[in-house]
Design a protein around this ligand. Structure first.
Ligand code: NAD
Length: 468
């Protein structure tokens, strides 16, 4: 590709590569720079390969409950190497899919590490090429989509050593499943790995500094989740901060601070899942004077930074750190650059945790709505009385809806149970369309499905629940 580009995208995760595709669709001459594999953390070390692992774990765990379904098989076993290999194969397949999409959309892929330099218009992008040498790109707009990485806390020993202490990256490819595992942090990453390794039979203890697990979720969902995980044998230390982790050849030892008390726990391995930090280093951002706040680039609703021609989207632009938020922001940003965007988007962003049971939510929790001074109507419907859930043997969990009492608008929905991550989209769509209870009541939900619990939870908020 020769001549000046319209857009250079730095980072080919779900934020960057989707932005590049949309740029190309809009007729913009686009290049994308990536230092590792196409698809970023999501496709290679996050969302996708963990779903492959979790599926293996779920199937294996379900084999232990075959009698519940009137079935039996002789014994059960897993081959850890094959299970990991399957997850890696899925990641490779998806990454190759991104390469195909780049080619199809005539987007030039440049393998290397990008650094920005001052220029009269948009910053210049200097790429240290993987193959050796360097290349300077000039474009009308540069979009940073460099993502984020696992947060480490060296002072407390919360740093991966590749042997006993893992972040999500090492936790995805160990040689064997540990007999005992400490998971530090009960966000989505901690809970998904706790769920996976417990399914394979590891003794798992999750340590959480805050007073409840999955602290971003609605309180009722957190407590229902904790009970469901405890039923599966996962142990919890809540309100317990890991003050120090010491790793040795034989295992890990962590010191917990629980109020005035201190406790020590031992295990074979530990996973550090205490949040993530944006990839803002070694990009030349300081030289350009780009505003950075607590590890992420400050950007407006369209992704524009304080430097002309420079945009930032996805994890590097701050929370929520979710792949679908990155893609969504990227499309919004490039449409704005191309001058085709509509009004500012305020879509609600769903969040999903793919544990057993699954957790999914969108919008405000009941507590958040009340903190904002909104009078609410709240509905609940448990899966234990949903016909499809009973037939499927997936009765743990519930759907909770939060409506604005004054307007009837749905302002939040929270679910825990089998396949709720596939169902939350119904509520997300309802919120984007600014639906009130009237539209949800008028919607016909197919029978028998677990989604009927969504209808019932809305009906319940207005005293009209049918099956309770
Ligand atoms: P997180 O910020 O969601 O959770 C980290 C937890 O660790 C917090 O609850 C915090 O209180 C706790 N913690 C911090 N320091 C501690 C200490 N010293 N001792 C004990 N507990 C401590 O972070 P995460 O789970 O690492 O995930 C990072 C981001 O990635 C999140 O924003 C998450 O939404 C996103 N993500 C999403 C998915 C998904 O959607 N399925 C999957 C993976 C990651």
């Amino acid at each position: 590709m020769t001549g000046e580009l319209d857009v250079v995208v730095v980072g080919a995760g779900p934020g960057g590569y989707v932005t590049a595709i949309r740029a190309s669709q809009l007729g913009l001459k686009t290049a994308i720079v990536e230092r590792e594999a196409l698809g970023g953390v999501c496709l290679n070390w996050g969302c996708i390969p963990t779903k492959a692992l979790l599926k293996s774990g779920e199937v294996y765990e379900q084999l232990g409950h075959l009698a519940d379904y009137g079935l039996s098989v002789e014994g059960r076993a897993y081959d850890f190497t094959k299970l990991i290999a399957r997850s890696r194969k899925v990641a490779t397949q998806l990454s190759a899919g991104v390469a195909f999409l780049m080619k199809k959309n005539k987007i030039e892929v440049i393998e290397g590490s990008a650094r920005l330099e001052k220029a009269p218009a948009a910053p210049k992008v200097v790429v240290a090429l993987k193959a050796g040498g360097q290349r300077t790109l000039t474009a009308k707009s540069v979009i940073l989509a460099t993502g984020a990485r696992a947060r480490v806390i060296p002072a407390a020993g919360l740093v991966a050593d590749g042997e006993r202490v893992w972040t999500y990256r090492e936790a995805m490819v160990p040689k064997t499943a540990p007999k005992s595992l400490l998971v530090i942090g009960s966000g989505a990453i901690g809970i998904e790995f706790a769920s996976f390794y417990r399914a394979l039979g590891s003794e798992v203890t999750v340590v959480e500094a805050l007073p409840r697990i999955l602290p971003v979720e609605d309180e009722e969902i957190s407590s229902t989740a904790q009970k469901a995980f405890e039923k599966r044998g996962i142990k919890f230390r809540i309100g317990a901060k890991v003050a120090k982790l010491i790793a040795s050849k034989s295992g890990v030892s962590v010191t917990l601070e629980t109020g005035a008390k201190s406790e020590t726990l031992q295990a074979e391995c530990a996973i550090v899942a205490v949040g993530i930090d944006g990839n803002v280093e070694d990009l030349g951002l300081e030289t350009l004077g780009v505003k950075i706040d607590r590890g992420h680039v400050v950007a407006d609703a369209f992704g524009a930074t304080n430097v002309a021609g420079l945009y930032a989207i996805g994890d590097v632009a701050g929370p929520p750190w979710l792949a679908h938020k990155a893609s969504h922001e990227g499309v919004h940003c490039i449409e704005h650059i191309a001058g085709v965007s509509g009004p500012e988007l305020v879509a609600a962003i769903p969040g999903c945790t793919y544990s057993t049971p699954q957790i999914a939510s969108v919008g405000l929790t009941e507590a958040q709505a009340k903190e904002k001074g909104v009078a609410v109507k709240v509905g609940r419907f448990p899966f234990r009385v949903n016909g499809k859930a009973i037939a499927a043997g997936e009765t743990d969990g519930l759907v909770k809806t939060v409506f604005d009492a004054a307007t009837g608008a749905l302002i939040g929905a929270h679910m825990i149970g089998g396949e709720v991550t596939e169902m939350i989209q119904g509520f997300a769509l309802a919120m984007t369309l600014e639906a009130t209870e009237a539209e949800i009541f008028a919607t016909v939900f197919p029978h028998p499905t677990m989604s009927e619990a969504m209808h019932e939870a809305a009906l319940d908020a207005f005293g009209r629940v049918l099956h309770l």
